[in-house]
Ligand binder design. Structure first.
Ligand SMILES: Cc1cc2nc3c(=O)[nH]c(=O)nc-3n(C[C@H](O)[C@H](O)[C@H](O)COP(=O)(O)OP(=O)(O)OC[C@H]3O[C@@H](n4cnc5c(N)ncnc54)[C@H](O)[C@@H]3O)c2cc1C
Length: 477
């Protein structure tokens, strides 16, 4: 890159392009609020489009819920492990378009269910279902019927209304046993953040790969035959875990941002997004005022009505109705690898009032734990009033499921987070990444309802970029 400073302008040679930057005090081509993965991906895309970008982060950490940090020799993730859509999904599209170097992903293996001494793949194929003897024969027959019905419904016109109802409303007529219902409820929590009574049926289908997530819940699936084939073949080929920890995605994005086009401010909270004649004009933080006619907001959408004056009341009301879930994770460092956790993948334990999802991440990458040791995270949705009560329930569930683990623990670390900024619930109204205010775009896991986690965040960034192009903020390609 070649830099030439002329008074208040900088001329930057970036690739084959010459970019003339206005470098007036506190004035930027774009301001990104929040430095989680959706803010970072937005900043990356905007800088690669030649914009000067200011990223403002209220905490002292860059990466939000997409980080890995070291404690006692263990490398601990802030939560995510299964990155989906690595074939043609939105993160892959963003990586192909903007990353200088992509992280290396290893296959996430299998999703298992644990029950007593049994550990069985969660059935997504007919063969796995036949072998899933955690359930009675009758439950397995009912599951088969429900799976075929769901795949058929998702390929029919008008599937939306039938799949918008809750998982519970969808399955209640099948007369599953209480144990099977408990399992379905646990899976609902992991896929949406809420119970089967609040999770829409389409989310369950999308999460198991039986609905085309790129089209969202409202379109019927065009790939009926492929879905039927999936019932026979199964597999999670397009899902992976980044070698070195989840931070590798964040770091690869940060490393790809042209240094001279970005400025990060940490420990600074955006308190107001100021508008002028229904256009954004600046942001006010606890430390200063920065101006731009393009602002990307990646904080909680529930907070937006506090930050932006003059939003229409029905728009604000819908934002305030978005529901969230708090999650708890306990990470155990084990002084030796244990046979119960020797598989490649993750597991759901549901036969308890604290169902968990466990990820023995050092099986993906041994360097996440000291030599010959093991690192495993146990995640659950917080349903108790007191975090202490939830912690004790989670610990008890783990010791009941894997009694051998207790004597092997040499390190314990607990995290409490909000995994998705909005849970996908029946009737929830996610705002579009294009806000009603000109120049204000909204990204993160509460603006685009497709998929979940990092994939959902990436969908929102791609959608916001598309709108910016349509609105003339970015050059049309
Ligand atoms: C336990 C757990 C398990 C998970 N599992 C998976 C998984 O397997 N696969 C997957 O894909 N995803 C998973 N996720 C979800 C994934 O971590 C998130 O979807 C993703 O990291 C969200 O990124 P984000 O940028 O939208 O939000 P965040 O990471 O929340 O970032 C938002 C940032 O904005 C900052 N901010 C907010 N308001 C302001 C303000 N006013 N001023 C300045 N800064 C502000 C915040 O401090 C934060 O840093 C999991 C998450 C958890 C916690």
């Amino acid at each position: 890159m070649l830099f030439l400073f002329i008074q208040k302008y900088t001329i930057i040679k970036y690739g084959k392009r010459l970019i003339i930057q206005k470098m007036k005090n506190n004035q930027y081509d774009a301001i990104v609020v929040g430095a989680g993965i959706s803010g970072i991906l937005s900043a990356l895309a905007l800088t690669k489009e030649g914009k000067s970008v200011l990223v403002i982060e209220k905490s002292d950490q860059i990466g939000g819920n997409c980080r890995t940090y070291e404690m006692n020799g263990y490398k601990i993730d802030t939560g995510p492990h299964a990155i989906t859509g690595l074939d043609t999904g939105p993160l892959q599209t963003l990586m192909d378009s903007y990353f200088d170097k992509k992280p290396e992903f290893v296959p996430i293996g299998e999703y298992y269910a644990r029950d007593g001494k049994k550990l069985k793949p969660i059935p997504i194929t007919i063969r796995q279902l036949a072998d899933f003897d955690i359930f009675s024969r009758m439950d397995r027959i009912l599951f088969f019927k429900a799976m075929i019905d769901a795949v058929t419904i998702s390929s029919l016109p008008l599937s939306k209304n039938r799949l918008e109802k809750s998982v519970y409303d969808y399955i209640k007529n099948y007369k599953f046993s209480p144990k099977a219902l408990h399992f379905i409820d646990a899976i609902s929590y992991f896929l949406s953040g809420k119970s089967m009574k609040e999770t829409p049926a389409w989310r369950m289908l999308g999460g198991s790969g039986y609905l085309d997530e790129e089209n969202g819940p409202n379109k019927k699936s065009k790939k009926h035959i492929e879905k039927i084939k999936k019932l026979a073949k199964g597999g999670y080929e397009s899902q992976g875990y980044p070698l070195g920890g989840i931070q590798k995605i964040t770091s690869a994005a940060l490393d790809s941002i042209p240094d001279k086009l970005v400025e990060f401010k940490k420990n600074e909270e955006v308190l107001e997004i100021t508008t002028d004649k229904e256009k954004v004009s600046s942001v006010k933080t606890n430390k200063g005022i920065y101006t731009s006619d393009l602002i990307v907001y990646s904080g909680f959408m529930k907070d937006l009505p506090k930050l932006v004056r003059g939003l229409k009341s029905d728009y604000s009301q819908n934002l305030k109705k978005l529901k969230q879930t708090r999650s708890m994770a306990i990470w155990f460092g084990l002084k030796e690898k244990i046979p119960e956790l020797s598989y490649m993948g993750s597991e759901v334990y549901f036969d308890t009032n604290a169902p968990y999802w466990a990820i023995p991440v050092s099986n993906y990458d041994p360097y996440l734990a000291p030599k010959n040791k093991q690192l495993v995270g146990f995640l659950t949705a917080i349903r108790e009033d007191s975090d202490q009560k939830q912690l004790s329930k989670l610990r008890n569930a783990i010791y009941k499921a894997i009694p051998n683990i207790k004597s092997k623990i040499e390190f314990e670390h607990m995290q409490i987070t909000i995994p998705e900024k909005a849970a996908v619930t029946t009737g929830s109204h996610f705002p579009s990444p294009r806000s009603p205010i000109k120049g204000l775009y909204l990204v993160g896991t509460d603006t685009d309802i497709r998929s979940m986690g990092v994939t959902r965040a990436s969908y929102s960034v791609l959608e916001a970029l598309k709108f910016m192009e349509e609105d003339g903020f970015l050059k049309t390609k």
